[in-house]
Design a protein around this ligand. Structure first.
Ligand SMILES: [Mn+2]
Length: 295
């Protein structure tokens, strides 16, 4: 089926531009269709209300404008499938890249070269982050924010040197210089984050740092049952990003959905009005003690 659609002369693709899953998913499509592919990158909060339409949407909610094919693994996107002609939503898949890999593998055996990269993506997308993979993800978000078109270079690097470890991710040429910049400028913040003591739950309000550092800041998630980070977008709205552990009395998804957001059970997010912050704090405190820290 996907093979048939890929035979079209020109295809527009929109993939998640903020993480390895979206980038590897787009990269795998570039292998089976080296010509005639128009690749866009977006983020869930952005594409959700977009009137654009695409042939294939990867690892994102479908836009209002619709899509021919959606390939995704986010359970929260199951509510907008009426926007899609052919939805391929596998919520049990650890990554969207794995779904793409399996679909393409049906007729393209050469794809096996990327099996290790897909396994690495499974791990990272399921929340198994270490400092190196967090640095990679922060660098990707920095590029997404500052020079989005350059993400295609990261895809090319991934195809040239399929990464099999977090170490190899930060060695990709298009990523390495960004990681060095982040380390130089924000080394102190990184040390401070890694030194937080741990506890029930924590809400970090990030005011004086760029939001692309969130993946690094979220490294403390393992030390708390629930961790929320709040950043302010240029539109004045707050982006709440949540991680929860299996022992949390409130899951990330439950909290996100209470404020109109979505995602995975233990990794979710929502876009909220600044005036909703007290409500977020109160809702968490109904379940467990919460520490609020401004960074
Ligand atoms: Mn994903």
């Amino acid at each position: 089926m996907l093979e048939e659609i890929l035979k079209g002369e020109r295809l527009s693709i929109c993939s998640h531009g903020e993480d390895l899953d979206g980038l590897l998913s787009a990269s795998l499509m570039m292998i089976v269709k080296p010509e005639g592919l128009e690749i866009h990158f977006s983020a869930p909060y952005e594409i959700k209300n977009s009137e654009e339409s695409y042939d294939i949407v990867l690892d994102l909610p479908p836009p209002r404008g619709g899509a021919r094919v959606l390939i995704d693994h986010h359970v929260s996107n199951s509510s907008a499938l009426d926007r899609v002609a052919i939805p391929i939503l596998r919520v049990d898949s650890p990554s969207t890249a794995r779904i793409v890999y399996e679909l393409i593998g049906e007729w393209e055996p050469g794809i096996e070269r990327y099996s290790e990269a897909v396994r690495l993506t499974d791990e990272i997308d399921s929340g198994k982050m270490d400092l190196k993979s967090a640095l990679f993800t922060s660098a990707v978000r920095k590029i997404f924010k500052e020079r989005r078109r350059k993400l295609i270079n990261v895809c090319r690097d991934i195809l040239r040197n399929p990464p099999s470890s977090a170490e190899s991710l930060i060695e990709l040429p298009s990523i390495k210089s960004e990681v060095n910049l982040i380390m130089r400028e924000y080394g102190n913040l990184i040390d401070k984050i890694l030194g937080l003591p741990g506890g029930d739950s924590i809400l970090l309000r990030i005011k004086s740092y760029p939001s692309y550092l969130v993946p690094i800041i979220q490294l403390v998630a393992n030390s708390y049952k629930l961790l929320g980070t709040v950043t302010r977008g240029s539109d004045g709205l707050l982006r709440l990003s949540i991680r929860s552990r299996a022992d949390s009395p409130l899951t990330a998804l439950q909290l996100a959905e209470a404020f109109g957001g979505g995602g995975h059970e233990h990794a979710a997010g929502a876009l909220i009005m600044p005036s909703s912050m007290p409500e977020v704090i109160e809702r968490i405190r109904n379940f467990m003690p919460l520490e609020v820290v401004d960074l």
